[in-house]
Design a protein around this ligand. Structure first.
Ligand code: AMP
Ligand code: MG
Length: 498
């Protein structure tokens, strides 16, 4: 370990580590034997006001592998609890993530920087605090793909290998992901302090989060209420966006739900290939609690746990707080449906939401489910599919079964376009800006992981990142990256990174 701290350019600050001591434990990363770069995200670094040249040198590598401290920043692991698969777990916390610092970006927003896989913390329980190469690459690709789609998410600033083995079912190469977020406060963070009756911690944490999310100043009940409403609206909008790209989070436990409305904790998550609303990927989700179509409901369930944790802030008395929170949570469904309808009417190329747009969306999804159609390509190719359906030509477009199944739908869709004064080509233009061509497909992610692990070859990693960071851009030379898996390539299950 190089003890001399690295002092990079950038506006580093202490927000979380300056809060009251009960919120976290001070703990430094455990050094690793032989760190090497997998990737540094220069584009993100620039947005954060960091100097890429400085970070891509030995000092940056040492900091991002946990071998060297960052000057003026105190590394910490945060305390939190959570409901996992509906069960209360009073003590979780950052068991394999250490926040090494916080930075104010050029736009004035605070961003936290965490090393995931940086060694044990007081919250590690039986875990080793480490991460294996596979889950690190997976999180890098999925979170950056999410960002490419314009959906709020934690970002990947860097990934390194450690030179050490981690022991899972078999020994695997160790790696560390540097992730960046507006903050790492989760629903479970509030649950932790509320359950312990630490009302002051709940309040100060709420004040800290509020001050960074543009919420009004002050300390009256109304201020906390409007902040809570913001969280509810942001979460409803986020889940609607996930649904619109066929994303399944996989472990929507309350400890994996950020109060900043960002997608966080890319474990056994996946973008669906063949559409099935009941689809589950996670090997541990045996009941399908976190299936695709369950996600909106689970969002509400988690927000209800958040409301319970904030009751001391949401009313003068518990009774008043409960009554208000019930009303407020009652508006979640409306917020979700609004965001969902809006996202999906764009996906079928319409200008506005109506009864007709809703039923067209629902019916198309039903046909897609019956056909086992590829979620991404079916939306991307609606015009071609409809043309094929109309012409009665045989032959299949990739990712769709029998276009003839679309004939009645195509008729209704055409008249809906006409009613809005849209031509098919105009609608197609709109659709191509919202229906991605490239998503980080599971079989491709697996291929990248295998190649990185076996030969250290990073070329597919770079290619997959390149296409998914511009997911709407057509490029015939890259079309192979858009294809659904062949039968033997389908990945049926995903696993937690633990
Ligand atoms: P997750 O299901 O990945 O969200 O993690 C649930 C809890 O387990 C969190 O408190 C994590 O910090 C902790 N955890 C997961 N993996 C490890 C690990 N390898 N070592 C220590 N703690 C871990
Ligand atoms: Mg987690």
């Amino acid at each position: 370990m190089q003890h001399e701290p690295f002092m990079p350019k950038g506006r580093f600050i202490s927000r979380y580590s300056a809060q009251s001591e009960e919120l976290f434990e001070r703990v430094a990363p455990t050094p690793v034997s032989n760190p090497r770069w997998l990737r540094f995200n220069a584009e993100l670094a620039e947005k954060m006001g960091l100097d890429t040249r400085e970070w891509t040198g030995d000092s940056g590598l040492a900091v991002l592998s946990g071998n060297r401290p960052l000057a003026g920043n105190e590394p910490i692991a945060m305390a939190y609890a959570g409901h996992q698969f509906g069960q209360w777990v009073p003590q979780l916390g950052d068991g394999r993530a250490i926040q090494i610092g916080e930075v104010r970006d050029p736009e004035g927003r605070v961003l936290g920087i965490q090393l995931k896989g940086a060694g044990p913390t007081p919250f590690s329980r039986q875990g080793d605090g480490r991460a294996a190469l596979g889950p690190v690459i997976r999180e890098y690709l999925l979170s950056e793909g999410m960002a490419g789609l314009g959906i709020p998410t934690t970002r990947a600033l860097a990934a390194v290998t450690t030179g050490d083995l981690v022991h899972r079912e078999t020994p695997e190469p160790g790696a560390i992901l540097t992730r960046v977020a507006r903050g790492f406060v989760r629903v479970g963070t509030f649950e932790y302090f509320a359950a312990r009756g630490q009302g002051e911690a709940v309040r100060s944490l709420a004040d800290m989060v509020r001050s960074e999310t543009g919420s009004a100043e002050g300390s009256g009940v109304h201020v906390y209420r409007s902040w809570f409403e913001q969280i509810v609206a942001a979460q409803a909008a986020l889940i609607a966006r996930w649904m619109s790209v066929g994303f399944i989070h996989g472990v929507m436990n309350t400890d994996n739900m950020s109060v900043y409305g960002e997608t966080i904790d890319y474990g056994p998550c996946a973008f669906m290939d063949a559409f099935d609303p009941k689809r589950v990927f996670s090997s541990i989700d045996r009941q399908g609690r976190y299936a695709y179509q369950q996600q909106p409901g689970i969002g509400l369930w988690n927000l209800t746990r958040l409301a319970e944790s904030l009751l001391t802030l949401l009313g003068e008395s518990t009774e008043e707080a409960v009554e208000w929170a019930e009303d407020s949570l009652g508006r979640y469904a409306e917020g979700f449906h609004q965001a969902y309808d809006e996202a999906f009417r764009k996906k079928i190329g319409l200008r506005s939401v109506s009864e007709l747009s809703r039923s067209l969306v629902a019916d198309l999804l039903e046909i897609m489910a019956e056909q086992g159609a590829d979620f991404t390509l079916s939306f991307r190719n609606i015009v071609s599919l409809v043309q094929q359906a109309r012409s009665g030509r045989s032959g299949k477009l990739p990712g769709f079964g029998d276009a003839a199944a679309l004939v009645p739908w195509a008729l209704r869709w055409s008249s809906a376009l006409e009613a809005e004064g849209l031509t098919e080509s105009k609608a197609d233009e709109l659709m191509k800006t919202v229906n991605p061509l490239f998503i980080p497909r599971n079989h491709r992610v697996q291929q990248v992981i295998d190649e990185c692990g076996d030969s250290g070859d990073l070329s597919s990693f770079e290619s997959l990142l390149a296409v998914t960071s511009k997911p709407f851009l057509e490029d015939s030379s890259l079309s192979a990256w858009a294809n659904p898996p062949k039968a033997h390539e389908v990945v049926r299950q995903t696993f937690c990174g633990t």
